[in-house]
Design a protein around this ligand. Structure first.
Ligand code: SF4
Ligand code: SF4
Ligand code: SF4
Length: 308
């Protein structure tokens, strides 16, 4: 039987979650939404929403902290899997046309830096950096700061994840109970504007993605791992780079330290594994250490059982 493409699987997964939430709204059974998915008193909060609410209300709620820690534990084990498998933003960007929708930056080259021999330690590009900070982390700081200053989680008003589930909620109420308010037009409109005009939302703006990438620094399980005994680059010296070119996050898993973003941003989307012509990429449950080298603290772990 033909294997289903991971992009199809991811879209299905996201739709199933949306449907479950819509049923929850419709039947009023309290399944919640992605900012508070759960049942009755058991719920998992959006980690960013939790931190914003904590700073805004300056009130410590033990149950909310437990929920936050549960999410942190999931991100440590699974990384940014939410972004590829649950968040509706990438899916909407695929189906809606956009302005400035070109993929950002060229994938990081697999070639060593020409000047790396000569420059000594001056250049930081060749050093593995688990926490490459970018504009998203600035937005994260702004989101938390604004919540503390205004006493309200301001960013939640424009978060596309929240807007998507608010749209589902409003549409369900419109059709189920005939409720018509101005928000049923404004919320979906704002969402569409963000999807169409802010094509770089995920890579340049999203503070939720930034927060998860920081937590993912502790993730060592299910990381994309190259089997060098199969990889065309390692075995035949072919400048393949298919894995780097296929990665939606611009990660070059052969040389993550040369990528524009760190491997902590891997969303486990499996695009690289599917595109690899040698089927050399896997997602082992436990990390494999590179023989003869100390563990790199979470960067790409390359299998070394290759034929010499
Ligand atoms: S970066 Fe933000 S908007 Fe993009 S997929 Fe992740 S959570 Fe969703
Ligand atoms: S796509 Fe596969 S064969 Fe090509 S460089 Fe990446 S791991 Fe190696
Ligand atoms: S490294 Fe592979 S699994 Fe991770 S985001 Fe890139 S393509 Fe997806």
């Amino acid at each position: 039987m033909k294997k289903m493409k991971s992009s199809t699987l991811r879209a299905l997964c996201m739709l199933v979650i949306l449907v479950i939430i819509a049923i929850g709204y419709f039947t009023k059974v309290g399944i919640g939404n992605l900012s508070g998915l759960g049942w009755d008193v058991f719920s998992v909060l959006c980690p960013l929403g939790y931190l914003e609410s904590l700073l805004a209300s300056k009130t410590f709620v033990p149950r909310a902290l437990i929920s936050f820690l549960a999410i942190v534990a999931v991100v440590i084990v699974l990384g940014r899997v939410f972004c590829a498998w649950i968040c509706p933003m990438p899916f909407m960007q695929k189906i809606l046309p956009g302005f400035g929708s070109k993929k950002e930056g060229a994938p990081a080259s697999d070639k060593p830096c020409a000047s790396s021999e000569a420059c000594g330690s001056a250049c930081t590009a060749c050093k593995p950096n688990k926490f490459k900070l970018d504009s998203r982390h600035g937005v994260l700081l702004g989101a938390l700061g604004s919540a503390a200053v205004f006493g309200f989680p301001v960013f939640c008003l424009i978060c596309p994840v929240g807007l998507t589930f608010a749209t589902v909620y409003l549409v369900m109420r419109l059709f189920a109970f005939g409720e018509t308010t101005w928000t049923v037009i404004v919320v979906p409109l704002l969402l569409v504007l963000e999807v169409v005009f802010l094509r770089k939302w995920c890579s340049k703006i999203c503070p939720l993605g930034a927060l998860m990438s920081l937590i993912s620094g502790a993730n060592t399980t299910l990381r994309p791992t190259i089997d060098d005994s199969k990889c065309l680059h390692a075995t035949k010296g072919i400048e393949c780079q298919v894995c780097a070119r296929s990665c939606p996050q611009n990660i070059n898993i052969r040389k993550p330290e040369l990528s524009p973003v760190s491997l902590n941003n891997c969303t486990k989307c499996r695009e690289c594994a599917e595109c690899c012509p040698a089927h050399a990429i896997g997602f082992p449950l436990l990390p494999k250490k590179q023989a003869g080298k100390p563990a790199d603290g979470g960067e790409a772990l390359i299998k070394t059982d290759q034929a010499n």
